[in-house]
Design a protein around this ligand. Structure first.
Ligand code: SAM
Length: 286
């Protein structure tokens, strides 16, 4: 069972018009794409994702509404260009549900998983050249420490980076998880390598830069009166979304619809524990 995070809230803030054109910039397994598509009549959804395998899964999971969905493999930085090829003009709403999907996190062959062994990959788009193995094995110790500290908000980053450099070459997720676990003791319920894995994933996929590009392209993508809804899972990302929406509002280009971020209900967290850190912010373009 797949639960799209904050689905009811995302749909409410998108204020779907049956004849509207929408972009789901992170189609993933198609959960939100389906929720949008089923509310359309003559309208359309452009379902984008940088991960070709996820797009295939999204296609299968949304087959019932295939006449209303157009799939586009694209990362955020190319989205405006790719959408303009579809000749839709500016859209009535854009949704982005950031980060990685359950499928990516749990499929060992994708190399994101701490628990199951797999190649140290972590590329969302497998056409990209840089893998997690390249980053871990060929980056200077200080740069590794910095990125684990910055993206993973991991206080023990220096010790972890030193252990990684000593253990090179590291080829598998299990090997990396073990190296980190030997370097830093477990302090809570989380695996001690959780923050390190997250940081490496964010660096491999340039997630911060990609989010900046997406936020910059909002005025180009979304028409006046259209809605922008972004769900993030990390404070670094939520801060970027908040600041970008505020800047648009100051410039008179958008109206904030959420003064504080919207978070999942207790019920949703019970049914889908990974939703617990989700924060949704919405704006209307003017
Ligand atoms: C949390 S999942 C989305 C789940 C989806 N909303 C659903 O209901 O199934 C995030 C998705 O965004 C994609 N993604 C992350 N960063 C991206 C980027 N910069 N450009 C395009 N897609 C991206 C990932 O490949 C992943 O499939």
């Amino acid at each position: 069972m797949h639960y799209p995070v904050l689905a009811a809230e995302a749909i409410e803030y998108l204020a779907i018009r049956p004849d509207g054109i929408y972009i789901d910039a992170t189609s993933g397994l198609g959960g939100h794409t389906a929720e949008i598509a089923r509310r359309l009549e003559s309208g359309r959804v452009i379902a984008a994702d940088r991960d070709a395998e996820s797009l295939e899964m999204s296609k299968r999971n949304t087959a019932e509404w295939s006449d209303r969905i157009r799939f586009v493999q694209s990362n955020f930085s190319e989205l405006a260009a790719r959408v303009s090829e579809t000749e839709t003009g500016r859209v009535n709403g854009l949704l982005a549900d950031l980060g990685v999907s359950r499928y990516q996190l749990t499929e060992p062959s994708r190399g994101f998983s701490i628990l199951a062994d797999g190649p140290l990959d972590m590329r969302m788009d497998r056409n990209q050249r840089l893998t997690a193995a390249d980053l871990v094995n060929f980056t200077a110790e200080k740069a590794i420490a910095d990125l684990i500290f910055k993206y993973g908000e991991e206080r023990r980053a220096r010790r972890i980076a030193r252990a990684i450099v000593r253990a090179r070459p590291i080829r598998s997720t299990r090997h990396l998880a073990d190296v980190v676990e030997r370097a830093v003791p477990r302090t809570g319920p989380l695996h001690p390598a959780t923050r390190t894995f997250m940081a490496i994933r964010m660096a491999v996929n340039e997630e911060q830069r990609e989010l900046d590009r997406l936020l910059e392209s909002v005025p180009e993508l979304v028409a006046a009166g259209g809605r922008v809804v972004i769900i993030s899972f990390m404070s670094l990302e939520d801060r970027k979304v908040k600041e970008s929406f505020r800047a648009l509002a100051h410039a008179g280009r958008a109206e904030l619809l959420t003064k504080k971020p919207v978070t999942p209900s207790d019920d949703e967290i019970r049914n889908n524990p990974p939703s617990r850190s989700a924060k949704l912010r919405a704006a209307a373009m003017v």
